[in-house]
Design a protein around this ligand. Structure first.
Ligand SMILES: Nc1ncnc2c1ncn2[C@@H]1O[C@H](COP(=O)(O)OP(=O)(O)OP(=O)(O)O)[C@@H](O)[C@H]1O
Length: 621
């Protein structure tokens, strides 16, 4: 998670995507045919030589000729004019159905997939119910009670086909919501609604558009079928009605079935081909991005673990900052931590006292994962939190940021940022603090950038929103920041997408984003774990440099005592949710007092004598 990839207002320009689509000859041909069909329907009043309903019994069943391009029907009506006008009805019908299906299916799918919980259960149940209902029976009931107008019929059909889009949207959102860049957006202080509109909707858009074209084709076929069966308005020509009428005179004029039949078939087939070509284009795009994420690792960097692992490893919360529930009075909070926080200076920017985080278990007891942790952070200070995996380092960080998942119970005697009590802050207030006063730097740089937006977008938007500066100002600051974090060609990188960056570059971008709104504290959670050793040292130097320049308080979560020795002022050693020892770095390395600290140091030094022992032996460092 990070403060950075918060917002992006527009869809990224995608000339490459368009080019790929244009290079697909089948898709292009189908798109052109569709366009001609739509234009001819739109301009029917101008193009059609006759009134489509003008009966002239004297001209009945005339063959195709100069006067009547496609001949006439049994009532002497001009077939070409009827075909053009009928296109309007059929396309309008398709549009009504597809728009209804989108309006019903997509928002509900977004909400169900993103918020989950009871709404997901209810919406999925309704979708299953709609899919199991006999649709033709429902249509007959609707037509009988509301009449056979185009709107009631097609809206009903739209509602009946919305479960398809609901399921598609929901499944895409369920996948996307676990992406780290969505967590990053939460840390940056975006509300759930903004996250959905800025980040999730964009990912859903492609598959939904593709599926909607198929629904459109289906709508035209279904509407034609209904007209063929005699449902529909007799005063409005449609392809289905033309087909039905042609069948009535089939033995006398069999050719009359061709124009409406070809129009229905051609439109439906073209829609399917365009949908398939669009799906191919988007699929190639996604594959490229995935390859990019795995492969866009520059020489000297290594790819990190897969996203899913990263999420579980770091126990990233899975929903936007839930309201922080109280720890149950007298709950299963075990003995307080034996860690020592020393004297807390009045100027401390962050004060945490007795922080306890617990999760309910199936047996009904609480499992305490952070147990009475007390720590503080001054401006300009770097506090390292070290400890083995699962010791509660990340949970402590998320507790401070107010980003624990639902179900987490949190309690603290004190939790203050510059004197502000975070325990009583509401979710909106916390959203306001995250990304501006409290920033976060994650361990998975590439996964924490939204692949859909350029680096520039992802740097500029949070500044515009949080600092209320103009886009131009934010852009200028972003370029300066990229330059400061050691990116060689900031303007080019601003226009790049995350898959075009190496892991080290992406982490520099995230660091630039984290400090862009001048936070009071930065929490860096294993910021160098996914990077190559050579890049690690540079990134640590960068972090230390920025932290000093901007006088920020920084919490550095790490497994690595070497990193602590390099850049931390104080260090807290965690084990099993408790701080077992907390001391200035020099003291801790020279004179580790807790047995666990000594074992950590011994493991780090791989059997080498401790500094105390070396000092005693007169060995200089
Ligand atoms: N949502 C959750 N529900 C229940 N337990 C959780 C949840 N998230 C984390 N935990 C537990 O909390 C404990 C502390 O996890 P945390 O992620 O803080 O460890 P960590 O020290 O940061 O480890 P690592 O260095 O591997 O990231 C772990 O035992 C973990 O299983």
């Amino acid at each position: 998670m990070t403060t950075l990839p918060a917002e992006a207002a527009t869809l990224p320009a995608s000339p490459a995507r368009l080019k790929r689509f244009l290079r697909n000859p089948l898709g292009m041909t189908a798109a052109v045919i569709l366009l001609l069909i739509v234009l001819s329907a739109l301009f029917a009043p101008l193009i059609a030589p006759y009134d489509p309903n003008q009966v002239s019994l004297g001209d009945a069943l005339l063959p195709a000729g100069a006067d009547h391009l496609l001949g006439t029907d049994a009532s002497g009506r001009d077939q070409w004019s009827r075909l053009l006008w009928a296109g309007r009805t059929s396309l309008e019908a398709g549009l009504i159905m597809v728009v209804t299906a989108i309006l019903v299916g997509v928002p509900s799918g977004l909400l169900a997939g993103y918020a989950a919980g009871w709404f997901d259960g209810l919406a999925s149940w309704i979708a299953n119910l709609l899919m199991s209902l006999p649709q033709i029976l429902i249509l007959v009931v609707i037509i009988t009670s509301l009449g056979n107008g185009l709107y009631p019929t097609m809206i009903t059909l739209g509602i009946l086909s919305s479960p398809d889009l609901f399921r598609l949207t929901r499944s895409v959102v369920v996948n996307v919501r676990n992406e780290l860049y969505i967590d990053a957006a939460r840390v940056s202080g975006l509300s759930p609604a903004r996250i959905v509109f800025r980040h999730v909707l964009l990912v859903v858009l492609g598959p939904v558009l593709v599926r909607s074209s198929l629904v459109f084709g289906l709508a035209i076929i279904v509407q034609s079928g209904l007209e063929f069966l005699g449902f529909g308005q007799s005063d409005r020509p449609s392809w289905g009605r033309m087909l039905s009428e042609a069948f009535q005179t089939f033995y006398r004029a069999p050719d009359l079935v061709y124009p409406p039949g070809v129009a229905i078939g051609l439109t439906a087939v073209c829609l399917v081909i365009v949908a398939a070509a669009a799906a191919d284009t988007l699929g190639a795009d996604r594959a490229r991005r995935r390859r990019g994420r795995r492969g866009a690792v520059a020489p000297g960097t290594i790819a990190g673990p897969v996203v899913g692992d990263a999420v579980s490893d770091t126990a990233v919360p899975d929903t936007a900052g839930a309201d922080v529930p109280e720890h149950p009075a007298g709950g299963a909070v075990v003995a307080p931590s034996v860690g020592v926080d020393g004297d807390v200076p009045e100027a401390a920017v962050l004060r945490v006292e007795g922080l306890t985080i617990a999760y309910p278990t199936q047996s009904g007891d609480d499992r305490v994962v952070v147990d009475g942790v007390s720590l503080h952070l001054e401006r300009g200070e770097v506090l390292g939190i070290v400890g083995e995996s699962g010791s509660g380092k990340s949970q402590t960080s998320f507790g401070i940021l107010g980003l624990l998942p639902p179900g987490a119970r949190i309690d603290a005697d004190r939790l203050e940022l510059s004197g502000m009590d975070l325990r009583s802050a509401g979710e909106r207030e916390l959203q306001g603090l995250r990304g501006s006063r409290m920033a976060y730097i994650p361990q998975e740089p590439l996964s924490n950038l939204d692949p859909s937006f350029t680096v520039g977008h992802q740097l500029v938007k949070p500044m515009v929103r949080k600092l209320k500066v103009s886009r131009a100002q934010a852009r200028a600051t972003a370029v300066e920041l990229l330059d400061r974090v050691g990116i060689a060609d900031p303007r080019r990188v601003m226009a790049s997408y995350p898959h075009q960056l190496s892991g080290g570059m992406a982490q520099r971008v995230l660091i630039a984003g984290a400090v862009s709104c001048d936070p009071e504290i930065v929490i860096a959670d294993e910021p160098t774990t996914a990077l190559d050793v050579t890049v690690q040292a540079e990134v640590l130097d960068l972090l230390r440099g920025l932290q000093r320049e901007r006088n920020m308080g920084m919490i550095l979560v790490t497994h690595n005592l070497g990193v602590v020795a390099d850049i931390c002022d104080r260090v807290a050693v965690m084990r099993d949710g408790r701080i077992v020892e907390q001391a200035p770095v020099g003291r801790l390395f020279a004179d580790p007092r807790h047995e666990y600290t000594r074992s950590l140091l011994a493991a780090t030094l791989e059997g080498a004598p401790s500094r105390v022992e070396r000092d005693r032996a007169g060995v200089s460092r």
